[in-house]
Design a protein around this ligand. Structure first.
Ligand SMILES: *Cc1c(COP(=O)(O)O)cnc(C)c1O
Length: 394
């Protein structure tokens, strides 16, 4: 039996298992009892290169001894280099660094509203989607379509009508002279890993162009190589006007970013900022991660790894009466076909495999992007044994 954890000094915001992690390397975590776990959660798709990757550890250690934070009022070399790397390899021309995804989305909302004030007669509404997740500030919660959040912490920021994901007509129904933008996740992550169809993304791009609206892609979860491309919108061959990045960009180090096309760059000095924005330490971590993602063959390997996982898991899961995996690259969810996800997650943990559930009927699978074939096979075997035991019990 694992001893109960004494957590009385922590504010209670999550139900956590009685495990205290003390170390991690690659796809593996170690707890205070010396048990190891194969990690298919990776901090919710945050540790793109696994736990404590050498490249990030080295970059952070070197940078910490050199320069941590000269102030956002000054340039630093790492902030400039990372911004150049992102603009050279993504759809945006300009980047603003933040410390969390929510802050990046806040920046995107502010930029769209500023632009609407300047160029669209004060239009401010941003059409978002049911089941969307954009973060936990009050504005990001208002933009999200998470069930139950509409009644929490009222009143929130107004101006986020919710359309139906993958339904272009439902977006058209919310267009008014107050609309300035449409914002979506190219793959709804927290909502349960539901990809937008290429046709929907192309349709949205055409619609926003025709109506003079901004298209904002929130790629905090789907970006940074998670789906086998640097950004998930690339699968549909479209480019957003505003893009948010986060989670995997720092390889576990707190870092996120918001970027835009040059013609929508309308912040003036004083409009946006923050004490730690673009600090050299976080940007050094980001540089180490993004340089690794862009190395030849890395993103192709993500696609291959995702295909391997699905090919091995799907037939066995289906033979046991469950559904199949959905998603792209290594942003995946197994559809269980019934509300047993919490049980599967707990049983998997008992057997040394970490997966998580964002909805009662599916488990999300977001391993390190550099996971090995052997680790994929081991994780699938563990998961299948848990699925089989659960199928026997029911
Ligand atoms: C996680 C997430 C956010 C919020 O990021 P934080 O770093 O938790 O603030 C925003 N958008 C999407 C799509 C996310 O998955």
């Amino acid at each position: 039996m694992t001893p109960a954890v004494d957590a009385r000094s922590l504010l209670e915001v999550a139900v956590r298992p009685d495990i205290v992690f003390v170390a991690g390397k690659g796809s593996w975590l170690t707890d205070s009892q010396g048990r190891t776990y194969l990690d298919f959660v990776q901090g919710w798709a945050v540790n793109s290169l696994g736990h404590a990757p050498d490249a990030v550890a080295r970059a952070v250690c070197d940078q910490a001894a050199r320069l941590i934070s000269p102030s956002p009022a000054y340039y630093n070399d790492k902030m400039l280099r990372l911004a150049d790397l992102l603009t050279a390899n993504g759809p945006v021309d300009k980047v603003f660094f933040t410390n969390s995804g929510a802050e990046a989305v806040e920046g995107a909302v502010k930029l769209a509203r500023k632009w609407g004030g300047l160029h669209k007669n004060g239009a401010y509404e941003i059409i978002t989607f049911a089941s969307a997740f954009h973060g936990r500030t009050l504005t990001c919660m208002a933009a999200s379509g998470k069930p139950g959040w509409d009644r929490l912490y009222e009143p929130k920021t107004p101006g986020f009508p919710k359309a139906v994901y993958n339904d272009l007509d439902s977006v058209k129904r919310y267009l008014t002279d107050k609309t300035v933008a449409v914002m979506l996740e190219p793959v709804q992550g927290e909502g349960g890993v539901f990809p937008a169809t290429d046709a929907f993304l192309c349709g949205l791009r055409r619609l926003t162009e025709e109506t003079g609206l901004l298209l904002i892609c929130d790629e905090v979860q789907s970006g940074m190589g998670r789906t086998g491309r640097l950004f998930a919108h690339e699968h549909a061959d479209i480019e957003p006007d505003i893009l948010t990045m986060g989670k995997g960009i720092g390889g576990g180090f707190p870092l996120a970013a918001m970027g835009c096309k040059a013609r929508f760059s309308c912040f003036e000095p004083g409009d946006q900022g923050g004490t730690y924005n673009g600090n050299a330490l976080a940007c050094a971590a980001g540089l180490a991660v993004v340089e690794t993602l862009l190395a030849p063959g890395f993103l192709e390997r993500v696609e291959v790894a995702g295909a391997r996982l699905r090919e091995r898991l799907d037939p066995k899961a289906q033979a046991l009466g469950y559904g199949r995996t959905r998603g792209r690259g290594l942003l995946l969810a197994l559809d269980l076909g019934r509300d047993c996800a919490a049980d599967i997650v707990a049983q998997a943990r008992e057997r040394g495999l970490l997966v998580n559930n964002t909805r009662p009927d599916a488990i999300r699978i977001t391993p390190a992007l550099n996971i090995t074939d052997a680790e994929i096979d081991q994780g699938v075997d563990l998961l299948v044994s848990v699925l089989a035991a659960a199928a026997d019990r029911s």
